[in-house]
Design a protein around this ligand. Sequence first.
Ligand code: 5RP
Length: 230
Amino acid sequence: MTQDELKQLVGQAAADYVNANVAQGEVIGVGTGSTANCFIDALAATKQRYRGAVSSSLATTARLQAHGFNVLDLNEIETLPVYVDGADEIDYRGAMIKGGGGALTREKIVASVATVFVCIADISKRVEVLGQFPLPLEVVPMARTAIGRQVLALGGVPVVRVKPDGSPFLTDNGNEIIDVKGLRIYDPRALEAQINAWPGVVTVGLFAQRGANLCLLGSDTGVKRVDYAG
Ligand code: 5RP
């Protein structure tokens, strides 16, 4: 199967999971990216079961609305039974690198409110040690260089994300992204706490303190559910 076919497979599996485990009338948290898009497309068939969805990016909001979902502000929501999102890497304990699409801050906020985080990924995203995929940091632009020095001191290589025309990539929140290359992340929780403490860091793309509760992993043999102890 191609990677796109695997993404469709896990997107459908996530829609089946949500339909089977979330009560009618609830609100669903929805992530960002090509795998999350497959989930949105699959869930559209049963959208009338849900009061609406909370979105993690402008792109996801547009896709949800195109399917006729009611997109709600997180501030209107008291509980969110489930958050479904992709990942750039996921380890054997459910810790992830996210933010390849630049939506890490809103993703982390919505995930923090959800009872269950369902990661959807093709098997290529599963790793022994996080860090092969560059670790995204969303940063306030005036702190870019200072944070770059912190990254170098940590042993990483900071690369400011740019658009195809060479101008800085800006997040939905108007901030920049530094992609950190060259890390081998053996203790993701500790590194998440360490980087969070740097002034000017809005969000680090490590989702370890609040990792996935379960992952629906797609491979040529089908979709495997992996549960994490937390
Ligand atoms: C966006 C993300 C995505 O979940 C991550 O980049 C995976 O994307 P895709 O499903 O397209 O491979 O964190 O900020």
